[in-house]
Design a protein around this ligand. Structure first.
Ligand code: ZN
Ligand code: ZN
Length: 277
């Protein structure tokens, strides 16, 4: 039920925004995904980073056609982690394009039918999204042989100049993507710029620096360390999966606030994954 509501919301208000000449952020309201790569037709390679919800595929395909031309295909799909709102269209698109799906080694079991995420925890927050989160899909999908672990050396296949950064906490094999030359950071769910637990914040895209979505985060110490790690990279443009991109001085200030007040801002006061630590 909750998932259907999220999908309906998403399809009503989808939009996209070019944040650098080679990055298009597709915003499905409840989550984002990115097309990254050279738009000179027939020249460059490009990839899709994350795949939105199950009903996001059509918008992604339309955006691809507009940006790269008819029948253009990426070299690969890169996933920040395996949660349902990031892998929703991955089976459909990876089969259609016949491309590999790169993800951190530790997330491979979650996209090859071997391991399920825990059910989301509704007790972390009063917000409506948190309350309906246990109905979100949490069981493993299976992309089969197309699932490939990211290289150990930190490079990202078909994303020259980018490095993947292990940012565990939200999930064990969560990654963010960083390009040093212009300090662009694709955050994934390591932190958000909206309060993802609240329906009105999500719908209105109200800006508010926030930790990872609370109802699905299982290791809060790890999550805190990961945000600190990302702050130390001094990003100049951040593209989160939840919320709007943020740039310049605003990023520095907000990240500092988040790191210095992580317990108050990010960490739930109570919850299944809090008391264990
Ligand atoms: Zn997630
Ligand atoms: Zn997410």
């Amino acid at each position: 039920m909750g998932n259907k509501l999220v999908e309906a919301l998403s399809s009503m208000t989808t939009s996209s925004e070019e944040v650098t000449p080679d990055i298009l952020v597709m915003n499905f309201t409840v989550v984002t995904a990115c097309l990254v790569g050279d738009t000179n037709e027939g020249v460059g390679e490009w990839v899709l980073v994350d795949t939105g919800l199950e009903n996001s595929a059509d918008f992604i395909l339309k955006s691809v056609e507009k940006r790269f031309g008819k029948n253009s295909r990426p070299q690969a799909i890169i996933l920040t982690h395996g949660h349902f709102d990031h892998i929703g269209s991955v089976i459909k698109l990876s089969e259609l394009w016949d491309v590999p799906v790169y993800i951190h080694q530790l997330e491979i079991p979650y996209i090859t039918g071997k391991k399920d995420y825990p059910v989301a925890d509704p007790t972390v927050d009063e917000g409506m999204v948190a309350k309906m989160s246990p109905t979100f899909p949490h069981t493993s999908i299976d992309v089969g042989f197309r699932a490939v672990a990211l290289p150990n050396d930190g490079t990202v296949p078909y994303m020259p100049n980018w490095k993947w950064i292990h940012t565990p906490g939200h999930t064990e094999g969560h990654i963010s993507l960083f390009r040093e030359k212009d300090r662009v950071l694709i955050v994934g769910d390591a932190f958000s710029t909206t309060k993802q637990e609240s329906l009105s914040s999500v719908v209105l895209q109200r800006e508010q620096i926030s930790g990872p979505p609370k109802y699905l985060t299982t290791d809060w110490k790890g999550a805190e360390n990961s945000v600190r790690h990302l702050m130390d990279l001094k990003p100049s443009l951040v593209i989160p999966s939840h919320g709007k991109p943020m740039k310049g001085e605003e990023v520095t200030q907000h990240l500092e606030i988040l790191v210095n007040h992580f317990n108050e801002i990010a960490k739930p006061k109570q919850g299944l994954f809090v008391s264990k630590q």
